[in-house]
Each structure stands twice: as C-alpha cells, then as structure tokens.
Design a protein around this ligand. Structure first.
Ligand code: IMP
Length: 433
C-alpha cells in the first residue's frame, strides 16, 4: 500500500484535521512532517472536540501510530500540554506517539524574536505570524550555529549551548530595540528544557528509521500537512507565508521518505477562502457576506483566536496549488457554511494593470493589485449538515462542486458538511490506494 497525503490547497485552515481523522481508518501511521504549533487541527469525534497543534490527528484512532518527523519545529511545552489535555479526555499517547530526535526545538528566544519583529514591522508589511516562534526556529535550523534538536536536549553540553545562544540572542535583541522587555535566565531555561526532555524521553527516537522501515514494508502511512500550499515558503505568497514547505513539495523532505512512496495526494479545499495574518487575498470580502461566512463558519483561529479574513473561492490560486502539489483528488470542506447565500461567486481570473491574468503570480505586488474576475453561480438554502451522499445535496450545491472541480482540474471525491467524522460524503470512486 502506498503512502497518502492530505494537504491544504489554500492559506491553511481548510479543516484538514477532520479529514485526516476520517481517513486514518486502516492506516498504520500518521505523520506530521512540517510546521509546528502554529497549526491548529480541530477534530470532533462523537460530539467531543479535540484541538491539536503538534500531535498528528491520527492520535484519536487507537490503532494508529503517530509520528512527528524531522521537518517539524517542536515546542516541548506545547506538546506536553497537548499530551496532558488528551489524557484528561481519556486518550493515552504512550507507545503511539514518536517524536523525531532530528526535529528542531522551539526555545523562548524564538518566541521573543517572533514578538520583536511583529512589534517592529508595522502596517501592511506585518506578516501577522502566530507568534509561536516558528520562523525564528527555522531560521536557526538553516543557520545551524544556534540550533538545538530534540536529540540534543539530553546531551551533557546543553547548558553550555544554551548559555552561548542566550548571550548572542540578548545582544541582538537589545541591538535592535534596547527597550525590548526580555530576560533570559540560562539556568532556568536549562532546568526547564531538561525537565521537558525527561518527560518526553520515552517518545524521542529515530523516527527516520521507523519510517524507512515502513517504506520497506509498503506500510500504510498517511502524511498530514499543516497550513496550506499558498503559505509555502518557496511557492506561496512570499513573504506572507510560513517558514516551511507546506505544499505537496514538502512531504518527502519533511518526513524523510523517498518521493515514490507518496502515491496519492488529497488536496483539501474549503468551499470559500480564508486567510489569517497579512498578505494579498484577491477575492477577500470586506462586506456583510464576508461577515456572514465568518460567523457561520466560525472562522476564528484555533491557535490565536484571530478573526480570519474571508472571501470567495479563488479558482486561480487553487488550480496553481493543485498543480504544484500534484493532487489526485480534492476534498471540499465547509460546504454547509454557504447555505443561505442567494448567489455564490468564484474567482476565475484576475485583472492586473488592465490585463486579464489567469495564472498565479510569484510577485506579491501583482497579487495585491489583482482585481478578481468572478463567475456567479446560484446559491442554495437547504441545511446540508445531514446529507450523507451527493444525491442528497441540492442541485445548486452539486453544480457548485462540479464547476470547482472543472476549474481546479481535479475531481472532488470527499465533501465535508459538518465537523463530525460522520458528516462526510465519500464519492463511490474514492479510493485510498
Ligand atoms: P507563522 O507560521 O506563525 O510564522 O505565520 C506566518 C503566516 O502563516 C501568518 O500569516 C499566519 O497567520 C499563517 N499561518 C501559520 N500557521 C497557520 C495555520 O495553521 N493556519 C492558517 N494560517 C497559518
């Protein structure tokens, strides 16, 4: 059986967690391979809500082994809180959750640096990060000199390493902003991270070896993407992106598996668009329809609580993301949220500088100047949350799905009409393998 992946094709928050949970049936492993605690995956099982940031959504299925691989930046405090939260909800992760000793660790200086830049860069240039230290941790990973990996936390030189890094970080923060309120006590950080390491000790291992073994056995492995393809560090709306390869191109690097192993990529799309933080968003709605979508879709960040910017489905952006990520099929989520709209629009092109453009530009300036060209489709009134097969959907909803599939260039084989596992329509042609 090949590896499969579930990735977002927009700017994140496509409700991937729910789908991953739904698709874990029959999988041996679920792998989180990029990003960090900036992600927020909400899964509802039997009316119980679980919010996950770092732990793969497969944890809710007792038969599944869960891996946080080398490409993730891991905040030990967050994952320990998450483990405890799951324990209180009756889920034991022992023996089912493995963390890569190669994963880079988020330290207080990363979070401070995220805050510092967020305060220093004002207005439209502000990236609006989740303030979880993600960019600074990846920056140190690439820079190498000040990076600490999970496997390093139990090494005898940890205090020395922390001491050197704190000295450099304090000097650079104060150089940029002398009044920046920051204290970093080397002994306290060292003691804290040693304690985290002890608590995580039984879970930290060489997950690359586990995964390569799984590849050798042709085991069933699901790769769970975080964020969305349009936030990809190389192919997204740079610089308004996250710091990892969140499109399909990031799977093999982040997980450490050979490319041929990932044979099916499911691209998740929300029935409309949302974005949190700064950056261009050509089909954004700043009117009562946008507000209606925000309220009905509860479009507030799982990680930060920030209201999400809402807009019409952007077929130009998603077609680009689908081609980039090489998706085999699409899963549309939140279709129920569009009920009650008289008309539904889809962005089918942009007008930039008086010219029609049908491609997604690498230049953020072009996207910021783009005026959406819309196609209008009839809306629908019916409540979709009880629909369990495509035939039960109103004709206008089916028409919408058909048109999106046509514009994006891939079939829609899964449709989500509510947060629960059961509220999912699976097309007869859908196959995991
Ligand atoms: P960072 O990943 O915290 O550095 O944030 C960079 C950008 O990515 C900001 O616009 C964030 O709002 C966005 N972002 C990061 N993680 C997520 C996510 O899981 N969902 C949606 N947006 C995200």
């Amino acid at each position: 059986m090949p590896g499969i992946a579930v990735i977002g094709l927009q700017w994140g928050d496509e409700a991937k967690g729910k789908l991953v949970d739904r698709l874990t049936e029959g999988q041996e492993m679920v792998v989180r391979y990029q990003g960090g605690a900036n992600a927020g995956h909400t899964v509802v099982v039997n009316g119980k809500t679980y919010k996950l940031h770092l732990i793969p959504s497969g944890i809710l299925n007792p038969a599944v082994t869960n891996i946080v691989s080398a490409g993730v930046v891991l905040d030990p405090a967050t994952i320990l809180r998450e483990i405890e939260g799951l324990r209180l909800q009756g889920i034991d992760v022992q023996g089912r959750l493995w963390l890569s000793d190669r994963a880079h660790v988020v330290f207080p200086w990363h979070i401070a640096e995220d805050r510092l830049w967020n305060e220093m860069v004002a207005g439209a240039d502000n990236l609006g990060t989740t303030l979880r230290g993600i960019g600074p941790c990846y920056r140190d990973k690439v820079g190498r000199s000040f990076a600490i990996r999970l496997g390093d936390l139990l090494q005898p030189n940890l205090r020395e390493r922390i001491g050197e890094i704190v000295q450099f970080k304090l000097a650079s923060f104060r150089g940029f902003q002398p009044s920046f309120p920051i204290e970093m006590d080397v002994d306290a950080i060292h003691a804290q991270y040693r304690d985290y390491a002890e608590q995580l000790r039984n879970m930290v291992t060489d997950t690359t070896a586990i995964l390569l073994d799984a590849v050798g056995r042709d085991a069933r492995v699901l790769f769970e993407g975080a964020q969305g393809s349009l936030l990809d560090i190389d192919y997204g709306t740079f610089p308004f992106v996250t710091s990892s390869n969140s499109s399909g191109v990031g799977i093999t690097a982040g997980a450490g598996v050979p490319p041929h192993f990932v044979q099916k990529i499911i691209g998740v799309i929300k029935a409309y668009s949302t974005r949190v933080g700064g950056g261009p968003f050509p089909s954004e709605l700043q009117d009562s329809i946008g507000e209606q979508i925000r309220q009905r879709g509860k479009e507030y960040g799982t990680t930060t609580g920030r209201p999400r910017r809402c807009g019409w489905f952007d077929a130009v952006a998603v077609r680009y993301a689908a081609r980039l990520s090489g998706v085999s099929c699409l899963a549309m989520t939140m279709l129920d949220v569009l009920s009650g709209l008289e008309e539904i629009r889809v962005c089918v092109g942009y007008e930039i500088g008086g010219r029609r453009v049908d491609s997604f530009s690498a230049q953020v300036q072009d996207l910021a100047a783009a005026r959406p060209i819309y196609e209008s489709l009839p809306g629908f009134d019916q409540d979709l949350t009880g629909c369990r097969c495509a035939e039960e959907l109103p004709a206008a909803a089916r028409r919408y799905l058909e048109r999106i599939a046509e514009l994006v260039g891939a079939p829609i084989e899964l449709i989500s009409v509510g947060p629960d596992r059961q509220q999912t329509i699976v097309a007869p042609e859908f196959q995991l393998a």
